[in-house]
Write a new protein. Structure first.
Lengths: 146, 142
């Protein structure tokens, strides 16, 4: 049985992300959301510099690539600020389930910009994702009302 | 007022969803410019750090120093950094849709941890919604 070489990296990312998305809920009880984001990104910057050490401080430079990567950082930071603020007001499960549907956005962007094929199965996934989002919001509203 | 509050409760995670969708997609374009994953992480960190710096002036108060909380954030951010490196490495050689979809299965772990350690419980409809979201993600891997 052959396993795609990227599968191990993907599965390790799932595990580490799972834990890293859980931990902020513990920290948010002791720190304001914005303070948490500042700490988080400062540690991330420090970690990114340390990581370069493992690669002999060889940092590629391509003006377009750098611009895109910086944009990734900006978008991620804005998303993190919004997420942390939301996390201090509602449950972890509510926030995590809704934001976990980001692959639907990434899939649509890959289809529109990169021309990657969009299968009928993926279209069904996007529709089901939207339905789950609506149901999650309605179910959470009901819980709040009751 | 209550309606506004509900709208804002949805607005935040939805905006994060859209931004993270872009966040998940754009590295593929950056790596198409022959950049290695670790380099993308460096510039990403730089971009993110520069974006949050203005917050220091906005909050106008000294940062709360809570050793336990900072320690927790340190662990979370370190895990996140390694997760991003794994994600970009997979993204460089695998298709965007499949890789971003598999990695988006992390809520299963988060919900389980929230249930075990925070005693967060989901009602029946929330559980169905979460299951539907996971099936949707599975289908997206198409």
């Amino acid at each position: 049985m052959s396993v795609a070489p990227w599968l191990f990296s993907s599965l390790l990312a799932v595990l580490l992300w799972g834990v890293s998305m859980f931990l902020p809920k513990l920290a948010i009880r002791r720190l304001p959301a914005l303070h948490m984001t500042i700490y988080s990104y400062s540690i991330f910057m420090l970690g990114a510099v340390v990581l370069q050490g493992f690669y002999g401080f060889h940092i590629d430079f391509d003006s377009k690539g750098v611009l895109l990567a910086v944009l990734v950082g900006v978008l991620g930071a804005v998303a993190q600020i919004i997420y942390n603020t939301s996390l201090s007001k509602s449950t972890l499960a509510y926030n995590v389930v809704i934001t976990s549907l980001y692959p639907a956005v990434a899939t649509l962007l890959a289809f529109v910009i990169l021309g990657e094929t969009l299968t009928s199965r993926q279209v069904a996934g996007i529709i089901l994702g939207i339905c789950s989002l609506i149901l999650m919001v309605k179910a959470s509203d009901q819980k709040t009302e009751s | 007022m209550i309606k506004k509050l509900k709208a804002s409760a949805l607005f935040a995670p939805l905006t994060a969803l859209l931004l993270w969708g872009l966040w998940a997609f754009l590295p593929k374009l950056a790596m198409k410019q022959s950049m290695e994953p670790h380099s993308v992480i460096f510039y990403e960190a730089l971009g993110g750090w520069c974006s949050i710096l203005p917050l220091l002036f906005y909050i106008k108060e000294p940062l709360v120093r809570d050793k336990k909380a900072v320690g927790i954030i340190f662990c979370g951010t370190s895990f996140s950094l390694v997760a991003i490196l794994c994600y970009y490495t997979a993204l460089k050689i695998g298709p965007v849709a499949t890789v971003s979809t598999i990695t988006a299965m992390y809520p299963v772990i988060v919900v389980a941890l929230a249930w075990i350690f925070l005693k967060e419980k989901m009602n029946g409809r929330q559980f169905v919604a979460a299951a539907m979201a996971m099936v949707a993600i599975y289908l997206l891997a198409g």
